[in-house]
Design a protein around this ligand. Structure first.
Ligand SMILES: *[C@@H]1O[C@H](CO)[C@@H](O)[C@H](O)[C@H]1NC(C)=O
Ligand SMILES: *[C@@H]1O[C@H](CO)[C@@H](O)[C@H](O)[C@H]1NC(C)=O
Ligand SMILES: *[C@@H]1O[C@H](CO)[C@@H](O)[C@H](O)[C@H]1NC(C)=O
Ligand SMILES: *[C@@H]1O[C@H](CO)[C@@H](O)[C@H](O)[C@H]1NC(C)=O
Ligand SMILES: *[C@@H]1O[C@H](CO)[C@@H](O)[C@H](O)[C@H]1NC(C)=O
Ligand SMILES: *[C@@H]1O[C@H](CO)[C@@H](O)[C@H](O)[C@H]1NC(C)=O
Length: 484
């Protein structure tokens, strides 16, 4: 069961200890989280690591092997999955480059007080249909080279290479849409068989990302209750099993695909699962609460799925909102965090799976920019350039909260403009020039938030990279101002 460390630390009361002992609970490692960093303003890595510790989170999955992140994790004991982004898969087709990657990003941290690396993620969902096969022939050789390099470096027993794959690598035929009919996708079945065989040979897990939210998103006929864990009136019957939720059905479709490929016992790790809180009509804190309040107790009880009862290693997606993520998949992409961009918890949750839901421990000592907002200038006369300026702001800042189904949808044009201008002003670290918009905007010290719509103040930047982005955008603004 997942008992956070801080919970245990507070339990220094003998009676409670006895109680806990009687229940058989211990503070075991279990749940992990995905720590993505595609944000204009990142919390200092050390604050994030402290936040992980304060909430008893002992496993983290990264999307790269950034040095500042790794330094912050050093000595924490937290188990880490480091990652090779898709755009480096081609390079990893060279064994020498793979050895270099392992040397510089894995074994360099392999010392007492270093980083407790458990996995290397080779690519991130490289077989997504939307990537048009760009990585299809690059992934397996990269996986082989990385695991072989880990083995050669003498860490292959404790560090396993795996490929986090989207659940779209397998499916059931339309003619028989049940989990037991699951097979790997036809166009990549050759690659998948090789990968699965290699993972098995190296005792490495199969990593899959499963998103019940996405089953619901973009399919208005999908039965809403099937995305959650509270039971449904029409379960899906499959060989005597009644499937009550899409998570189990999806996971068991993979189990069947693995079995058909000859590796029915391969360990499956869930690399990503979660629920976003904005950016769609089904993305909000209430539904996220409902999702986690169903998922976490099942994990804590090692319930598993009908075809795979027992423990499953799971990484929630995600830890913190990322306001610079691509919104190609949808506006919800920037709102997956169980924490907001500033490390404030969004809704009550119990990571120990005991349904004692309460707000998680926030990030400590967060430094915000001054309490200032940028708003639409009510005295502006010429509104002909308003739409252009809103567009500009939203190109460089996150306006997804304005869209249909989101927290800030439904404001009037001035409200929209203020939201967009403020978002941009904050991304630009409140630089004076960034709240002008050809005279359409003005700075205010009054909180202009409306109802559920939070006009945020950004955190103080601690990164040179965001300064560089600001300079580029400011230069762009100057050009635009000149042209219009
Ligand atoms: C190590 O990882 C970092 C961050 O992902 C990457 O930029 C760098 O190229 C890697 N080092 C090597 C030697 O490949
Ligand atoms: C994939 O192909 C489609 C259609 O040909 C194209 O619109 C899209 O940009 C391509 N995506 C990538 C990642 O190359
Ligand atoms: C991948 O390799 C196969 C076999 O060599 C080849 O037929 C196919 O065109 C390649 N696919 C891509 C996207 O490069
Ligand atoms: C505000 O912005 C949203 C998102 O772009 C748009 O759907 C809506 O129509 C806008 N509202 C007004 C009154 O312009
Ligand atoms: C502004 O007001 C909103 C809504 O009332 C509130 O949630 C938020 O904390 C306030 N922001 C600041 C910086 O005071
Ligand atoms: C709004 O944002 C501020 C920080 O800018 C934060 O302190 C506050 O909790 C937020 N309110 C809501 C309702 O999210």
């Amino acid at each position: 069961m997942y008992l956070p460390v801080n919970f245990c630390r507070k339990m220094l009361n003998v009676w409670v200890l006895l109680f806990v002992w009687l229940l058989g609970n211990t503070c075991v490692e279990g749940l992990g989280v995905n720590w993505g960093t595609m944000a204009t303003h990142k919390l200092p890595p050390k604050s994030v690591v402290q936040m992980l510790k304060d909430n008893g989170i002992q496993k983290v999955k990264l999307f790269d092997a950034d040095r500042s992140t790794m330094s912050a994790l050093a000595g924490s004991g937290i188990e880490v999955m480091v990652a090779i982004p898709n755009d480096q898969l081609a390079a990893m087709n060279s064994y020498d480059r793979a050895k270099e990657w392992v040397r510089r990003n894995v074994t360099v941290y392999n010392f007492n007080g270093g980083v407790n690396i458990k996995y290397v993620a080779v690519g991130n969902e490289p077989f997504l249909a939307s990537y048009n096969n760009s990585f299809v022939n690059l992934t397996f050789p990269a996986l082989q080279n990385i695991q072989n390099a880990l083995n050669e470096a003498g860490v292959g027993d404790s560090v396993k290479a795996t490929v986090p794959l989207n659940a779209d690598v397998y499916n059931s035929p339309d003619s028989n849409p049940v989990p037991s009919a699951g097979r790997f996708r036809q166009d990549i079945s050759g690659q998948m068989t090789q990968i699965v065989q290699f993972l098995n040979q190296n005792k490495a897990p199969f990593t899959v990302n499963i998103y019940p939210f996405l089953s619901l998103y973009g399919n208005d006929n999908f039965p809403v209750d099937y995305a959650f864990f509270d039971g449904v009136s029409n379960p899906i019957a499959d060989n005597g099993i009644q499937y009550q939720n899409v998570f189990d059905a999806n996971f068991d479709t993979l189990v069947s695909a693995l079995k058909a490929a000859g590796f029915g016992d391969l360990t499956i790790l869930v690399g990503e699962v979660g629920w976003p809180t904005d950016g769609d009509k089904n993305a909000n804190a209430n539904l996220a609460y409902r999702f986690y309040n169903g998922l976490l107790p099942r994990l804590a009880a090692n319930q598993g799925t009908p075809l795979r009862p027992g423990y499953v290693e799971v990484y929630l997606f995600g830890l913190i909102d990322e306001d610079a993520k691509s919104i190609d998949p949808g506006n919800f992409e920037r709102h997956w965090g169980i924490f907001r961009y500033d490390g404030q918890p969004k809704f009550p949750i119990d990571l120990s799976g005991q349904r004692q839901n309460k707000y998680l421990v926030p990030a400590q000592n967060v430094q915000y920019l001054p309490t200032k907002w940028c708003q639409f200038n009510p005295n502006a006369k010429d509104l002909s350039k308003l739409a252009d300026n809103i567009n500009f702001a939203c190109t460089f800042a996150d306006c997804t909260a304005l869209e249909y189904g989101s927290a800030c949808n439904g404001m009037d044009t001035n409200g929209n403009a203020s939201y967009a201008f403020n978002a941009y002003f904050q991304v630009q670290n409140q630089a004076a020039l960034s709240c002008n918009f050809q005279g359409l905007a003005t700075v205010t010290t009054q909180n202009i938030s409306q109802g559920n719509c939070n006009f945020t103040i950004q955190i103080a930047a601690s990164h040179s990279s965001s300064t560089r982005a600001s300079l580029v955008a400011l230069a762009f603004l100057t050009v635009l101002t000149f042209l219009l």
